[in-house]
Structure formats: structure tokens, C-alpha cells
Design a protein around this ligand. Structure first.
Ligand code: BTN
Length: 240
């Protein structure tokens, strides 16, 4: 095993899903922090039962870390903020925004995805896919994907990973010392559509309203008519 900061890191040539590999590592583990990456990922999982296409040259990574379940909702904000800051550090002039709950948009298109899964014994597995070289062209998706390279931003998966881990570790330290407030404030400063009309598609329905922010657990605050509703899970769209 190699190391990045104080994480134990395994880089696989090929796997089905780095999340599955990381979940496997959590079995019987205690006091370790793992990163699993793969050069090729053949059956990646996405949010809400979707898949994640594994094009070569892109980053497929999963972190396995022990964390109290009450912090998992906030963790996704630390991760997406860290991804945004990584891209911005590597390419300072980039046009980059966050989209609730955990997307990172470059030039208005999706460059990454995050999938949290519960491991064994208090472990959280955080799966991250970043389109470094190529983006899948999937018919009919409402949010088209793009890669950094396609926009002229050249890097490679390992350079990105190491920069990301430095930024993530720093943000986790800040989160542990100062709480979620500062992370939330920084996340809201870069989120798309704050204060604007948005549409949220949940499993059950579509709702239009004003995007008022997120609460202390990261739930979306949507003002519809005279009340503010909390949305637990869904996809956000921006009507033109
Ligand atoms: C999304 O739907 O936006 C989340 C996609 C998460 C994909 C990553 S790629 C690395 C890790 N392994 C998986 O099987 N999924 C995550």
C-alpha cells in the first residue's frame, strides 16, 4: 500500500467499482483511513440507482473513513467544496459552480459525481468520479457532462487526486475545529441559483420554488408559496 498524507492508498489497474473495493476494506477494519483508486472501472455506481461510465484517464476514487453518522449529511458538502477548490487551484480562471446536493459544474456542465455509502463498523465510503480526460455522451440526460480536458484544462488523475487530498484534509480539519457553519458559507458562495427559482425532482414529484440555501444538515431549503420546505434528496434544475 502507498500513502497519501495519512491515508493508505491502493491504486488498482482495473475493478468493477472502487466503492465496492473500499466497502470490502471496511470489513473488520478500525482506525484506518483508505483511498482506493482504479485506472479502469467497469461497473461504477451513481446516485439514485444510476450507473457511472468509466472512461479511461478519468479519476475513480473511494475514501473509507470512520465518521459519526450524524456528520454524513455534512460530509458531502466538504467533499464537493474540496473538489471545486481543487479545480480552482489547478486552473484559477475556471468558470465553476456547485449544484445541490453534490455536483460540480464547469462551464455549466457536470464534471464530477459523489456517492456516499455505508460501510461496516461506523465507516463511511465516499466515492468520487471526476471527468479528467473524457466525458460520457449519454442521450437524454438533463445535465450534460464534460471533462476538464475537453475544456482545455489539462491534468491527470494522480495530480488531481493528490491536490484534492491536501485540500480535503485541510477542510476536514477546519470542519472539525470550527463546525459546519464556515463550510456551508463557503459552499453557498459558489452554489448555482441561490435566491433564484429552481425546480427540484424528487422520487415522488417535481416542485418549483426559490432556492433559499441549505440547513445545518445540508437539506435544501425551498420556498414554495408561503412556506419553506426541506428537501432531503432530489435533482435540481434551473428553468430558463
Ligand atoms: C453520481 O451519480 O453523480 C455519483 C457518481 C459516483 C461515481 C463514483 S466513481 C468512483 C466511485 N465508485 C463507484 O462505483 N461510484 C463512485
Amino acid at each position: 500500500m502507498q500513502k497519501i498524507n495519512n491515508w493508505e492508498w491502493i491504486d488498482l489497474a482495473e475493478t468493477g467499482s472502487t466503492n465496492d473495493e473500499a466497502l470490502h476494506l471496511t470489513s473488520g477494519a478500525k482506525g484506518h483511513k483508505y483511498i482506493v483508486t482504479a485506472q479502469k472501472q467497469n461497473s461504477g455506481r451513481g446516485r439514485r440507482g444510476r450507473g457511472w461510465v468509466g472512461l479511461e484517464g478519468n479519476l475513480f476514487m473511494s475514501m473509507a473513513v470512520e465518521m459519526e453518522p450524524c456528520k454524513w449529511g455534512q460530509a458531502v458538502f466538504v467533499v464537493s467544496l474540496s473538489l471545486l477548490e481543487t479545480v480552482r487551484t489547478l486552473f484559477p480562471t475556471v468558470d465553476i459552480k456547485l449544484k445541490w446536493p453534490n455536483d460540480v459544474l464547469v462551464a455549466g456542465r457536470k464534471i464530477s459525481g459523489i456517492l456516499l455509502e455505508k460501510g461496516e463498523g461506523g465507516y463511511l465510503v465516499i466515492g468520487i468520479g471526476v471527468n479528467i480526460k473524457k466525458a460520457p455522451q449519454i442521450e437524454g440526460v438533463i445535465y450534460p457532462a464534460v471533462s476538464l480536458a475537453e475544456l482545455g484544462y489539462e491534468t491527470d488523475r494522480i495530480t488531481f487526486l493528490k491536490k484534492y487530498m491536501d485540500i480535503f484534509d485541510k477542510n476536514v480539519n477546519g470542519w472539525n475545529t470550527c463546525g459546519f457553519g464556515t463550510i456551508r458559507q463557503r459552499w453557498l458562495a459558489d452554489v448555482k441559483g441561490l435566491g433564484c427559482e429552481i425546480r427540484v425532482r424528487t422520487d415522488k414529484e417535481e416542485k418549483d420554488g426559490i432556492f433559499e440555501g441549505v440547513d445545518e444538515n445540508g437539506l435544501l431549503l425551498l420556498k414554495t408559496n408561503d412556506k419553506t420546505e426541506k428537501i432531503y434528496a432530489g435533482d435540481v434544475f434551473f428553468p430558463r
